[in-house]
Design a protein around this ligand. Structure first.
Ligand SMILES: Nc1ncnc2c1ncn2[C@@H]1O[C@H](COP(=O)(O)OP(=O)(O)O)[C@@H](O)[C@H]1O
Ligand SMILES: [Mg+2]
Length: 563
C-alpha cells in the first residue's frame, strides 16, 4: 500500500458536518419548524396560510395539515414531520402538540449539549422521563362512563370530548352549527361502535364515509345510516326509487371494450353497419340479461355504462349509477355485504349486496343517490354542506378530529385535564423523579420537565396572558394539590379544574403526544454525522430553491423572527 495517497470516500462537492456541528444544525432546523407551529397551538392559536406550488391556498391551524402542506426539505425537520404523521395516524389528534413538544425537547437538549453532556445520556434520560410520564398519566387519568352508549350520561360525556377537539379547529362555526356537527359525529360513532369484551369499544372509522357537497351551509349537513353516492341515476327511464334493493357492485364496465390500438373496420354496405351495431347491442344486452337473471334491481358501476346498456337496464326496471369512485366501491362492498363483480359472466347471485332502499334525492342543485338500511347496519355516511371549498375543508378537518377523539375515548375511556394542566403536573412529578435518579441523567429528566412546562406557557401566550407570572401561579396551584389546574384560554385566566370546564384530552392522545415527541427528538439527537451530496447542477429553480446542504436551511426557513 502506498502511504500518503488520499482516500477519497465522498464525491466532490459533498458537504459534511460531524459531531456537535451536525447535531446543532439539525436541532436548529427541527426547532425552527416547531417554533412555527407554536403560535398555532390551542383554540386561540393563529392560523397559517399555506400556498402550494400550484398557488392553491390553505388556511389552517391544524398541525398535521401544516406540516403536510409545507413541503419540508430539511432531513432533521422531516423527523418531526414524521412525528406529526405518526401522531395523526395513531390517534388523529395532538399533531401540533407532538411537533411543538419535540421542538421543546430539542431546545432543552441543546442547553445540555452546551454543558458537554453526551447525547447518549440525554437520550437515555429522555426515555426514562417518557416512561415515567406515561406511568404518571395513567395514574392521574379519570375513567369515564361510556358503557351504555344510548344513555344520556354517556352522550353528555362524549359531547364534552367532541367539544374540546372541535372548539380549537372549527373556529368559524356558529354555536348552532357546532351543535349540529357534534350531534352528527356522536351519532355516527355510536352507530359504528362495536363493544369489546375488555370493556371499551372498537370503532372502525373507515366505516364512516364523509362527502362534501358545496352549497347550503353547515346546518344543512346530514347523517345517513347507509351510504350516499354523489352521482345521478344514469337514465331517465330508470326507477328513482327501489325498495328491497339487490345490488350488483361492478368494477367492470358495461361498455364494449375499445381496442387498445386503433383498429379500422371497413364497412361497405348498410347491412354490414347494422350487423355490426347489432353485434354490439347483443353483447351489451347479454350482460344486462345476466345481471337481471341474478336478481339485481340496482347496478352500481365503477366504470362507464354505454347508452345502449342503459336503455336495456331501464327496460328491465334496474336503477343504475356509473363512474363511482373506487374507494366508494370498496365501502359499498363492506356496507352492502356484496362482492365486487369484475367479470359479469362469472357473477353469481351471492355476489349481490342488499339494502332496504336505494333512492335518488335532490340535494341543493344536484342529485345524489341514497342507499339506506344497508345489510351492515354499522355503515354511515355524513354529507357535509358549506358555502365554499374552504369552509367545507375546515368542517371536514374538524369532523375528522372529532371522530378520532371519540374513537380514542371509546377504545380507552380515560381522560386527562387539557389546557396545559397535565403537562404541568407531569413536569412537577418528573422533577421529583429526576432527583431520585440522580447523576447526569437527572439533568436530562429535568430538561424534559422544563420542556413540558412550556406547554401551558405557550397556551397562555395565545390568550394574551403574561407567561412567566402565569406559570408561577400555576405551579403554586399544583403544589397545593390542584392537579387539574390549567389555562382557560377562552377566558384568558387560570382555571382550577380544566375537567370541570370541559377542556379534556383522551389519555390515548396525550400519551401518544409524549411518545411521538420523544421519539422524534431522540432520533434527531442520535445523528452525529451529516453527509449531504452537492446540489444537482442545472436543476435548480424548484420549490424553495434549497440546495442539497441542509446545514444552511435552518436559517433559510422562514420563522427565524417568530418570537
Ligand atoms: N378551551 C381550551 N382552553 C385551554 N386549552 C385548550 C382548550 N381547548 C384545547 N386546549 C388545549 O390545546 C391543545 C391542543 O391544541 P390543538 O390546536 O388542538 O393542537 P393539536 O394538534 O395538538 O391537537 C391541548 O393542549 C389542549 O388541551
Ligand atoms: Mg387537537
Amino acid at each position: 500500500m502506498s502511504a500518503g495517497a488520499p482516500v477519497v470516500l465522498l464525491k466532490e462537492g459533498t458537504n459534511r458536518q460531524t459531531g456537535k456541528d451536525a447535531l446543532k444544525s439539525n436541532i436548529l432546523a427541527a426547532r425552527t419548524l416547531a417554533e412555527m407551529l407554536k403560535s398555532s397551538l390551542g383554540p386561540r392559536g393563529l392560523d397559517k396560510m399555506l400556498i402550494d406550488s400550484f398557488g392553491d391556498v390553505t388556511i389552517t391551524n391544524d398541525g398535521a395539515t401544516i406540516v403536510k402542506d409545507m413541503e419540508i426539505q430539511h432531513p432533521a425537520a422531516k423527523l418531526l414531520v414524521e412525528a406529526a404523521k405518526a401522531q395523526d395516524s395513531e390517534v388523529g389528534d395532538g399533531t401540533t402538540s407532538a411537533v411543538v413538544v419535540s421542538g421543546l425537547l430539542l431546545e432543552k437538549a441543546e442547553n445540555l449539549l452546551d454543558q458537554n453532556i453526551h447525547p447518549t445520556i440525554i437520550i437515555d434520560g429522555y426515555k426514562k422521563a417518557m416512561n415515567k410520564a406515561i406511568e404518571v398519566m395513567s395514574q392521574l387519568g379519570v375513567k369515564v362512563d361510556v358503557k351504555d352508549l344510548s344513555s344520556k350520561t354517556s352522550r353528555e360525556t362524549l359531547k364534552k370530548i367532541v367539544y374540546t377537539t372541535m372548539s380549537s379547529k372549527f373556529v368559524s362555526a356558529s354555536s348552532e352549527e357546532m351543535e349540529k356537527v357534534m350531534n352528527m359525529v356522536i351519532d355516527a360513532v355510536t352507530t359504528v361502535a362495536e363493544p369489546l369484551p375488555s370493556g371499551g369499544f372498537n370503532v372502525s372509522i373507515d366505516l364512516i364515509k364523509i362527502d362534501k357537497k358545496k352549497g347550503g351551509d353547515v346546518n344543512d349537513s346530514m347523517l345517513v345510516r347507509g351510504l350516499v353516492l354523489d352521482k345521478e341515476v344514469v337514465h331517465p327511464g330508470m326507477p328513482r326509487r327501489v325498495e328491497k334493493a339487490k345490488i350488483a357492485v361492478l368494477d367492470a364496465s358495461l361498455e364494449v371494450e375499445k381496442p387498445e390500438i386503433s383498429a379500422k373496420i371497413s364497412i361497405t354496405s348498410p347491412d354490414q353497419i347494422r350487423s355490426f351495431l347489432d353485434e354490439e347491442a347483443k353483447y351489451l344486452k347479454n350482460m344486462v340479461d345476466k345481471l337481471a337473471s341474478l336478481g339485481a334491481n340496482v347496478v352500481i358501476c365503477q366504470k362507464g355504462i354505454d347508452d345502449i346498456a342503459q336503455h336495456f337496464l331501464a327496460k328491465k326496471g334496474i336503477l343504475a349509477v356509473r363512474r363511482v369512485k373506487r374507494s366508494d366501491i370498496e365501502k359499498l362492498e363492506k356496507a352492502l355485504g356484496a362482492k365486487i363483480i369484475s367479470s359479469i359472466n362469472d357473477a353469481t347471485p351471492e355476489d349481490l349486496g342488499y339494502a332496504e332502499l336505494v333512492e335518488e334525492r335532490r340535494i341543493g342543485n344536484d342529485k345524489m343517490v341514497f342507499i339506506e338500511g344497508a345489510k351492515n347496519p354499522r355503515a354511515v355516511n355524513i354529507v357535509l354542506r358549506g358555502s365554499n371549498d374552504m369552509a367545507l375543508d375546515e368542517a371536514e378537518r374538524s369532523l375528522n378530529d372529532a371522530l378520532h377523539a371519540l374513537r380514542n375515548i371509546l377504545m380507552e375511556p380515560v381522560i386527562l385535564p387539557g389546557g396545559g394542566a397535565i403537562e404541568l403536573e407531569l413536569s412537577m412529578k418528573l422533577r421529583d423523579f429526576a432527583r431520585s435518579v440522580g447523576g447526569k441523567e437527572q439533568l436530562a429528566i429535568e430538561a424534559f420537565a422544563d420542556a413540558l412546562e412550556e406547554v401551558p406557557m405557550i397556551l397562555s401566550e395565545t390568550a394574551g396572558m403574561e407567561p412567566i407570572n402565569t406559570l408561577m401561579e400555576l405551579r403554586a396551584k399544583h403544589a397545593k394539590g390542584l392537579v387539574n389546574a390549567g389555562i382557560d384560554v377562552m377566558k384568558g385566566k387560570i382555571a382550577d379544574d380544566m375537567i370541570a370546564i370541559n377542556v379534556i384530552e383522551p389519555l390515548r392522545v396525550t400519551s401518544q403526544v409524549i411518545k411521538s415527541a420523544t421519539e422524534a427528538a431522540t432520533a434527531v439527537l442520535k445523528i452525529d454525522d451529516l453527509i449531504a451530496a452537492s446540489p444537482m447542477k442545472g436543476g435548480s429553480g424548484g420549490k424553495g430553491g434549497e440546495g442539497g446542504m441542509p446545514g444552511g436551511m435552518g436559517g433559510g426557513m422562514p420563522g427565524g423572527g417568530m418570537e
